[in-house]
Design a protein around this ligand. Structure first.
Ligand code: PCA
Length: 206
């Protein structure tokens, strides 16, 4: 079977009228990166349903790389997430009006999974291309973390599949939005390159 990339984003949700992750996913749908075709999927910002749709796509496509994207209105840098945690704790309601509090995503499963992406190499490459980028130590506890955790859990026995999550800041204008498409292309290229991560400073003190 030929290799595929699955790229996901989210629709609009409270406080984010136009989701930049949706724009990027739609812009890259059907394109080819490092000779690998991109399959795009826009997920609903809804607990459980987003996970169901993601899991169905994983079964249907069997991708070599999965990159999930979401919007992070409070951030100013492209945030390459290090870790997904096994908890839903919603400060706002999802698009179906649900607001789980302190609910495990998968009962009895590990507290966390690390991204299987060269996160520091990705940050370095983004900075080389003049993007504000950083490693993030938390993807939050809303639907983005939910999908990220569900992704890593679904792939827990498929070690050869690379997967992770990137949060995008809200773009300042149309030019900025277009540049985010280039940034995500860079993320995919570095992720498909394989090899070890860079061991350079990328942590946080608090
Ligand atoms: N961002 C939200 C959910 C959907 C999105 O794009 C989050 O960070 O959880």
């Amino acid at each position: 079977m030929s290799a595929k990339v699955l790229l996901t984003g989210f629709d609009a949700f409270e406080g984010v009228a136009v989701n930049p992750s949706r724009h990027v996913v739609e812009a890259l749908a059907g394109q080819v990166v490092s000779a690998v075709p991109i399959h795009a999927l826009v997920l609903p910002t809804v607990f459980d349903e987003s996970r169901r749709q993601l899991e169905a796509a994983l079964v249907a496509l069997r991708p070599r790389l999965v990159l999930a994207l979401g919007a992070a209105p409070s951030r100013t840098a492209i945030s390459v997430e290090r870790v997904a945690i096994n908890i839903d704790d919603a400060r706002i309601a999802d698009n179906a009006g649900r607001q789980p509090v302190d609910r495990p995503i998968v009962s009895g499963a590990p507290a966390a999974y690390f991204a299987r992406l060269p996160i520091k190499a990705i940050v370095a490459e983004l900075r080389r291309a003049n993007f504000a980028a950083e490693v993030s130590q938390s993807a939050g506890t809303f639907v983005c973390n939910h999908v990220f955790y569900a992704l890593m859990h679904a792939l827990r026995r498929r070690a050869s599949v690379r997967a992770g999550f990137v949060h995008l800041p809200l773009p300042a204008d149309a030019g900025d939005a277009a540049r985010q498409v280039d940034a995500v292309r860079i993320v995919l290229e570095v992720a498909l390159r394989g090899g070890d991560d860079l061991h350079v400073q990328g942590g946080a003190v608090d």
